[in-house]
Design a protein around this ligand. Structure first.
Ligand code: UDP
Length: 330
């Protein structure tokens, strides 16, 4: 029996593959390699290069590999792109997820884990940690496309009692595998820690800090940065729980502690030893001042105990990966 990981060649998916591989699980990956890389997978993990929108292919993979659980990462993740190409995002993230869920239900694959996002909360009315029952009011097609998939899963689980899912809402995922086997490899990545590391290593000439006039302690936005290996662990716990007969669940994944943009930049300067210059520019559209998770549910229901909750460790592992990428590309 195997676990199907969609998008297993991407950033978070590849960490998930290694997490399950390390624990002796049999895994199969479907990835269309639109943004992922096949070299990041363990050599003995089968990769089916194809699109999750190809339902016949998904059905065949489920049968051929005896799939009994699905962890679904494949999708488009660039928020500003979702604003200019909403229909593309709804197709890739929502329509294709519907097909995947249909294949799971019809093949009797009753454990389904979904990669959701804090973007489903939009701009929260509060600066306090956000719990799962806060209003769901995404402000981008990306957030809406993920929320719509959560709703499809909820309704499917209601209609088909054997089918259970876990949707994990990620806060700001960062860092890389401490063993150096996987990391964020997308060249176009816009995430703060990636951009700052690239600037420290001279791979970018400069970087911007978007907004210094927020109502936060130092005026820059506060985010809950979570190490990708802790996030993969949360999925592994969710998988074990579903296999044990656990019911459907939505849970936040974050540390419950935020850092400002300036604090992150200080950590990158500490780790790299480079005091790079930054430009202070206007706010970026759609950035909430503060996004911090209340993850008590993941702790109490999944038994999730993060072991990498340290900004310096997050930055150092991401920096090592960035150095490796630079060497690889020169
Ligand atoms: N940010 C920044 N400069 C950058 C990239 C990001 O100042 O080059 C800020 C961004 O405005 C936000 C925070 O860093 O306040 C985290 O942004 P990121 O894109 O990493 O994640 P998001 O919170 O948007 O999902």
């Amino acid at each position: 029996m195997s676990v199907l990981i969609t998008g297993g060649c991407g950033y978070i998916g590849s960490h998930m593959v290694w997490e399950l591989h390390d624990s002796g699980e049999s895994v199969v990956v479907i990835d269309n390699l639109s943004t992922g890389f096949d070299w990041v997978l363990p050599k003995d993990v089968p990769l089916v290069v194809g699109d999750i929108g190809d339902q016949a292919l998904v059905g065949q993979v489920i049968r051929d590999h005896g799939v009994n659980a699905i962890i679904h990462f494949a999708g488009s993740i660039v928020v500003p792109d979702s604003v200019t190409d909403p229909l593309g995002y709804y197709f890739n993230n929502t329509v294709k997820s519907r097909g995947l869920i249909e294949e799971a239900v019809s093949a009797g694959v009753n454990s389904f884990i979904f990669s959701s996002t804090a973007a489903v909360y939009g701009i929260p009315d509060t600066d306090s940690p956000i719990a799962e029952d806060m209003p769901l009011q995404p402000i981008s097609p990306y957030g809406s496309s993920k929320l719509m998939t959560e709703i499809m899963l909820r309704d499917a689980a209601f209609a088909y009692p054997d089918f259970n899912y876990t949707a994990l809402r990620y806060f700001n995922v960062a860092g890389a595998d401490p063993k150096g086997r996987a990391g964020q490899s997308t060249p176009r990545a816009t995430h703060l820690i990636k951009v700052a590391n690239q600037t420290a290593l001279g791979d970018r000439s400069h970087m911007d800090v978007f907004g210094t006039d927020y109502n936060t302690p130092d005026g820059t936005c506060v985010r809950d940065y979570i190490h990708v290996s802790d996030l993969a662990k949360a999925h592994a716990l969710a998988l074990a729980r579903l296999r044990d007969g656990g019911d459907s669940l939505v849970a936040n994944c974050g540390y419950g502690h935020g850092y400002s943009v300036l604090q992150v930049l200080e950590a990158v300067k500490r780790a790299s030893g480079v005091d790079f210059a930054v430009n202070y520019v206007d706010r970026r559209a759609g950035d909430p001042p503060s996004l911090v998770a209340n993850s008590e549910r993941a702790g109490s229901v999944l038994g999730w105990e993060p072991s990498h909750a340290d900004l310096d460790l997050i930055v150092e592992t991401a920096l090592s990966w960035e150095r490796m990428l630079l060497q690889k590309h020169t």
